[in-house]
Each structure stands twice: as structure tokens, then as C-alpha cells.
Design a protein around this ligand. Structure first.
Ligand SMILES: *[C@@H]1O[C@H](CO)[C@@H](O)[C@H](O)[C@H]1NC(C)=O
Ligand SMILES: *[C@@H]1O[C@H](CO)[C@@H](O)[C@H](O)[C@H]1NC(C)=O
Length: 286
């Protein structure tokens, strides 16, 4: 009875190293996290659509790619004008407008001529990958626009699932694409009411209001500097005054002690002198 053991082998989940046989037709994105999934390990890619072999990756996208140890020889970063796809199967030339690109990989798309006016944190040099197609983020005010919503489902440390939705669109910088009207509208300033992040200039909508994103560096206001300075100086002055007071007390106590000692000594002296005179008187009377 050996067969039940075989059932527990996670055959379909096995991650294959170099030389493993694979089909790149099975490559897909994880439906929850949208991470790239293939039968091959993080350091290899599948060489063919059918009857392929897991082969060492030919390029990397990140300075420190996932899955490599510190002693591994890393594949190259792609030179300017090319990109490394999610598979890592070699550098490819940038994709022109209308060409296919991978989810959230705006840098696979060729930049427009006027990239400097279209570039923003929401695109890469004015190019954006929406619905797996390269386009420019050049839709003007009230022009029709394209929007893409991606919902990510992740599991936190306690095993609780949580989800968040990222909406992206091809409106020019300073504009966004409301999903109900699909024409570009100006983004809203801090403090305006909102329903979703992309409506806000700083792309952060919380409690129905456009707020500064959590990663914004904390800025200390001048009045906060003033209060802190006053508190620090006040504490220093109070400490010095307290020390001076304690020192004065000690000196006073010492002075009193000295006075008492002096009085004691002089009364003793007087007593000895009077004793001496008394003795002299006694002698004279004898
Ligand atoms: C893959 O291998 C199978 C079995 O060896 C063969 O029948 C099939 O034609 C191969 N497919 C390709 C695309 O080479
Ligand atoms: C945006 O770019 C596309 C692709 O080059 C072009 O066809 C379209 O006319 C541009 N739109 C605007 C408003 O410039």
C-alpha cells in the first residue's frame, strides 16, 4: 500500500530547476497577487511553448533579483532601449504604441516624443501599459480615456485576506479618468471629498477626503519648532535654578553649623577663663 503517499506529492506545484521539462503556455499571473507564475523556478525560464526546458534566465529586471543567493552569478540588467520581461528570457526592444506589454510594466513601452511633459509618477516617461497594450498617457481634459482596475488579494501575517484595487488610466498628468464618465477630469487637491485614490492629486483618498499619502515625510511646522525650543530652554533653566537652590541650602546649613561650632568654642573658652579666675581668687584668699 504505497500509493496514498504518491497522492501527497505536490506534483503540480513543483518548481523546476535547470533542465526540468515545461510548457511556457502554462505561464500565467497569480489571480490574487498578479505575480508571474511559471513551472520553472525564479532563476530559470521555460524555453518553449510546448516540450520546453527550464533554462537559466538571460536577464534580470531588479538590481537584487528574487531567488538568487549571494554567491550566484546574476544575469545581466538590460541596456537602455530594451527591457527584461517577467520571464527573464532575454532583453527585448521597447514596445511601440499599440504593442503588447505585461501587467504593471510601463517601462516595457517606448516613450513618446514629448515624454517630459507627460511623465508623472503614474506612468513611465509618459508611456503606460493598460489592458496589456502600450499607450501614451496623453489624453487631454474631457477627452475620452481608458482605465484599468486591478484588484490585489493578499494574506497578512495573521492569515487574514485583504484586498486593494489600483486604478490606472491614460489621462495626462494632473487629470484622472472617472470610471463612470470615461473622460479625463482634473484631479482633486488635498482636503477635497473623494471616493477613490486616483481622484486625488497625491493619489491617496482616506475617510472620503484627499489626504497626504502615509509615506509623505513628516514636516515639522515652525510653531512646533518654537514650542520644542521653549520647552528645552525652560527645562534647562529650571534644572539650573533647582541646582542653584540646592547649593544655596547646603551652604546655609554649613554656615549654621560653623556658627554653632564657633559659639560652642567661645562659650567653652569663657568657661575655662572664669574657672581660671576663680582658681586665682581662691589662691589669693588662702
Ligand atoms: C511534444 O512532444 C510530444 C511527445 O513527444 C510530441 O508528440 C509533440 O509533437 C511535441 N510537440 C512539439 C511542439 O514539439
Ligand atoms: C496620443 O498618442 C497617440 C499615439 O501616438 C496618438 O494617436 C493620439 O493622437 C495622441 N493624443 C493626443 C491628444 O495627443
Amino acid at each position: 500500500m504505497l500509493w496514498p503517499v504518491a497522492l501527497f506529492l505536490p506534483v503540480s506545484l513543483a518548481v523546476l530547476g535547470p533542465g526540468g521539462s515545461c510548457n511556457s503556455s502554462k505561464n500565467h499571473l497569480d489571480p490574487n497577487t498578479h505575480k508571474f507564475i511559471s513551472a520553472c523556478s525564479d532563476t530559470t525560464f521555460c524555453s518553449a511553448i510546448e516540450n520546453g526546458t527550464c533554462t537559466r534566465r538571460l536577464c534580470r529586471r531588479d538590481e537584487f533579483p528574487f531567488g538568487y543567493s549571494s554567491t550566484d552569478v546574476l544575469p545581466t540588467l538590460c541596456p537602455t532601449g530594451t527591457f527584461c520581461p517577467d520571464e527573464g528570457d532575454g532583453c527585448k526592444p521597447l514596445v511601440p504604441v499599440g504593442g503588447a506589454c505585461q501587467l504593471n510594466r510601463d517601462e516595457q513601452c517606448a516613450a513618446p516624443m514629448n515624454w517630459d511633459t507627460l511623465s508623472s509618477t503614474q506612468n513611465f516617461n509618459g508611456a503606460i501599459c493598460l489592458h496589456s497594450i502600450c499607450m501614451y498617457a496623453n489624453a487631454t481634459f474631457e477627452a475620452p480615456c481608458i482605465t484599468e482596475e486591478t484588484t490585489y488579494i493578499e494574506t497578512d501575517d495573521n492569515g487574514q485576506q485583504f484586498s486593494y484595487t489600483i486604478a490606472r488610466d491614460n489621462c495626462s498628468p494632473g487629470l484622472y479618468c472617472p470610471p463612470n464618465i470615461k473622460t479625463c477630469e482634473p484631479t482633486k487637491p488635498l482636503g477635497a471629498t473623494c471616493q477613490s485614490d486616483q481622484e486625488c492629486e497625491l493619489r491617496n483618498c482616506a475617510f472620503g477626503t484627499c489626504l497626504e499619502p502615509p509615506e509623505t515625510p513628516f514636516r515639522v511646522q515652525p510653531w512646533q519648532y518654537a514650542i520644542i525650543t521653549i520647552c528645552v530652554v525652560g527645562a534647562m533653566v529650571a534644572t539650573i535654578m533647582l541646582l542653584t537652590l540646592i547649593h544655596k541650602r547646603h551652604r546655609l546649613e554649613r554656615y549654621r553649623e560653623l556658627c554653632e561650632y564657633h559659639e560652642e568654642q567661645s562659650s567653652l573658652r569663657k568657661a575655662i577663663i572664669s574657672l581660671h579666675y576663680a582658681a586665682v581668687d581662691q589662691k589669693h584668699q588662702d
